[in-house]
Design a protein around this ligand. Structure first.
Ligand SMILES: *[C@@H]1O[C@H](CO)[C@@H](O)[C@H](O)[C@H]1NC(C)=O
Ligand SMILES: *[C@@H]1O[C@H](CO)[C@@H](O)[C@H](O)[C@H]1NC(C)=O
Ligand SMILES: *[C@@H]1O[C@H](CO)[C@@H](O)[C@H](O)[C@H]1NC(C)=O
Length: 567
């Protein structure tokens, strides 16, 4: 029994590596959770706990940066994840939502300090009850080994509770390359079993089976500039049609672009390219129905609207565009980036208004899959946890949320390590809904580096079981939102650069199946791992194709058997 307990202890320490003492607030000294301070405020223990007997209640805060804090030991250069539960007890009148942050303060060897924002949630309400905040941080390599975790950003004057705080070192994922290969094979391929029957007197070296994947079914998509696609550089249109099976219009479906004047809607600009895409077998995501982080993304005529006038305008927009595109788009990004702002909620004075918009979109076209779409979720740590909270709320409200759109703009010249990227994906996947990478872009000053960055990111994404599709946010330098530094195809000459070559090699060679099998080498029955998609199988005998033996099939998630008799 003792050895079992010892063993369990050993196993759990090697898995969790908790670095925070008394994160559960259960140890209390003189009315204060042991080890917890408060930056120019007072931390007290309270029995209004998330779990166990006690939680932490700060008081006397007079500035947003003040809040409960605790020292932690950290190792320079290492990755950590942090999480905690927080509950807003009272509101400040006039504020619809409160914002909270998890911050890590680290001293550097040169005597300066740096502050890392681990998580930020801007949409906290009293009625949410306990919510979990989570995120990750990387300790700078020139840091000292002690740091401090703080919960702050709430307005002074609100009361909040903190409980079950955890900081754990993330075990570095050193074998990510091999592991992603294994996961990609297990998730994205199935067995193709080939069974050839033939008389004994035929020489097996004369018989060859050719297995050719003609189309992939995993969604790899591209955002298009509608005008360029419809009437611009023909190579632009051809590149999209040739290399991608999904697409999204970058701007032309947006409310602000489509309906500059109330009631005068330019549908053609979006619908013409969408219909062309569909005629090429390319599926389309709709982006986006409304976008209200601030008033800058709504049409000018919407900016002055309040209350019922705004509701009416939004209802008309949602029902009009969603019903008109019902048979054109597979997905809609419903209310873009609502983690980061709430124009509509404030103007109609209803903190739940995004749920109403979502539900209306879903009811207008129940067969179209409806998404949230937001940023700093995989590219940065700030919003990963807040997105989980939001998605869980949408899911619980039953408004028809199908999936989570994660934008993925890696636009500061770096990408997260595979360890971090996978940790963020795992966090998002806790919601239990499909994840779509909706707007992948990466910036680098060097196309060789850009190629490596794309490969790393694509491998980790494609190897993750919750990631159901991956959409790029542009490819051609001259019109790319992030410029030539983010391009797969460069300049007016339309040159596929090193990053473009790498991406196409992954999509069309490494992650497509083409096999040539001589029976003398592989036997009359053999199997291959085939990437999911549409196949053509051919047989040649003495160098001539036996044309009547051609067979086609679609390979999905179960094995497929091809039976052939030769000659
Ligand atoms: C191959 O196909 C033949 C003829 O249909 C069948 O009798 C045999 O059992 C199959 N063999 C395997 C290994 O599937
Ligand atoms: C907001 O929506 C949630 C989930 O449907 C519900 O529990 C809550 O009561 C609503 N709040 C208001 C103020 O309507
Ligand atoms: C681009 O990056 C590669 C790989 O890191 C490096 O070998 C090469 O020298 C760089 N090229 C330029 C022009 O900096």
């Amino acid at each position: 029994m003792l050895s079992l307990v010892l063993l369990l202890c050993l196993v759990s320490t090697s898995l969790s590596q908790e670095v925070l003492q008394n994160g559960d607030m259960e140890s209390v000294t003189s009315g204060i959770p042991t080890g917890w301070g408060c930056n120019k405020c007072v931390s007290s223990a309270t029995n209004m706990s998330h779990s166990g007997q006690s939680a932490l209640l700060p008081s006397g805060r007079t500035a947003r940066w003040q809040g409960p804090s605790h020292k932690i030991d950290v190792e320079p250069g290492k990755f950590y994840k942090a999480s905690l539960w927080v509950r807003l007890v009272n509101d400040v009148s006039g504020e619809m939502f409160q914002s909270a942050k998890i911050v890590i303060n680290v001293g550097l060897l040169d005597g300066t300090k740096t502050r890392l924002t681990v998580a930020r949630d801007r949409r906290i309400r009293v009625e949410d009850g306990w919510i979990q905040m989570k995120g990750d941080f990387t300790v700078p390599s020139n840091a000292k080994t002690t740091a401090k975790i703080t919960v702050n950003d709430f307005l002074p004057g609100v009361d909040f509770l903190v409980d079950d705080v955890s900081v754990q070192q993330l075990v570095e994922w050193t074998t990510w390359r091999q592991d992603t290969d294994v996961s990609i094979t297990s998730l994205r391929t199935s067995k193709i079993n080939v069974n050839v029957t033939l008389p004994d007197n035929i020489d097996r070296s004369d018989v060859r089976v050719v297995i050719l994947q003609k189309k992939k079914s995993y969604p790899f998509g591209m955002a298009i500039n509608s005008d360029e696609y419809t009437q611009g550089e023909p190579k632009y249109r051809d590149f999209v049609n040739q290399h991608f099976n999904w697409a999204v219009t970058k701007n032309s479906l947006k409310w602000k672009i489509m309906e500059r004047k109330q009631g005068e809607r330019n549908y053609d600009r979006a619908f013409i390219p969408i219909n062309t895409l569909k005629s090429h077998g390319i599926k389309v995501r709709g982006h986006n129905i409304v976008w209200g982080t601030t008033d800058q993304h709504v049409p000018d005529w919407v900016k002055p609207l309040y209350g019922d006038d705004l509701r009416q305008a939004v209802t008309t927009r949602v029902t009009d565009i969603v019903s008109k595109t019902r048979d054109m788009v597979e997905h809609w990004d419903v209310n873009n980036e609502i983690l980061h702002g709430y124009f509509f909620e404030k103007r109609v004075n209803n903190a739940n208004y995004s749920l109403d918009i979502f539900s209306l979109a879903h009811q207008t076209a129940p067969n179209v899959k409806m998404f949230l779409n937001d940023y700093n979720v995989l590219s940065k740590s700030y919003s990963t946890g807040a997105y989980v909270t939001q998605a869980l709320q949408f899911q619980a409200a039953g408004v028809g949320l199908y999936g989570i759109g994660a934008q993925c703009h890696f636009n500061d010249g770096t990408i997260p390590s595979p360890t971090i990227l996978k940790a963020r994906l795992d966090t998002l996947a806790e919601v239990g809904l499909p994840i779509w990478v909706t707007e992948l872009s990466i910036v680098s000053d060097n196309y060789t580096k850009l190629a490596d960055m794309f490969e790393t990111v694509l491998r980790v994404l494609y190897a993750h079981p919750a990631v159901e599709g991956i959409m790029f946010w542009g490819f051609w330098g001259p019109i790319h939102g992030y410029g030539e530094q983010a391009a797969l195809v460069s300049g007016p000459e339309f040159t596929i650069n090193a990053a473009g070559e790498r991406v196409l090699d992954l999509f069309e060679n490494q992650w497509m199946t083409r096999k040539y099998r001589k029976l003398s080498l592989f036997g009359d029955q053999f199997s291959v791992d085939g990437f999911h998609g549409d196949y053509l199988v051919k047989v040649t005998y003495q160098g001539q194709e036996l044309v009547d033996k051609r067979t086609t099939f679609t390979l999905g998630s179960s094995p497929h058997t091809v039976t052939l008799s030769v000659p």
